[in-house]
Design a binder for this molecule. Sequence first.
Ligand code: ADP
Ligand code: ZN
Length: 210
Amino acid sequence: MNLIFLGAPGAGKGTQAEIVCEKLGIPAISTGNMLREAVKNGTPAGLAAKERMDKGDLVPDEIVIGILKDRIAMDDAKNGFILDGFPRTVAQAEALDAMGVQIDKVIEIYVPDEAICARLSGRRVCEGCGNSYHVDFKPTKVDGVCDACGAKVVQRVDDKPETVLSRLATYQEKTAPLKDYYSAKGKLKTVVGQDEISDTAKLTLEAIEG
Ligand code: ADP
Ligand code: ZN
């Protein structure tokens, strides 16, 4: 089962991907997490990506496509995967097609822009494993410490309010056209993001199975 989770920044793609991947036994592949890891390790891709990520701009297609291609070739992705944050442009979707990857379903998680801003301002991410949390909606058990790996949980620089608005504009301009791209192929399902993470998870699983 090859799935794509589509949605604005902060819509909850990553959180849902973490839940669904466990249920389905396939890895969740987040290009955002991989890029942050590359930045941390100072790899060539990371060096090229950092400035754009901090501003909330997209990283060039060639870089992201290269990273993604290597990742889905790995052993644990043989039986399927969930793509979280990829593709983000029509060119990236076409690159996936060109790699011969068959996509079963594209799940759009829809949350109105007003709610997005509130969610992102409280979002925290683990520096170690990339898991995401929210100070109100999904707090860590111990303050500032990741439940999964014990590393430090921090606010992302691109979650500052000024950057959030530009990320939302980028989403509308570059990524939202993918809804038409996949809808024309009969693959798009839309899930309305709920206040409770578990409610969204239920709807997401229904959309995948239905
Ligand atoms: P969010 O979905 O909350 O914006 P991500 O962690 O998915 O967060 O992405 C963070 C940043 O990483 C993006 O703003 C962008 O700069 C970069 N990025 C992630 N995935 C892609 C992609 N597929 N194409 C281009 N840039 C990407
Ligand atoms: Zn962690």
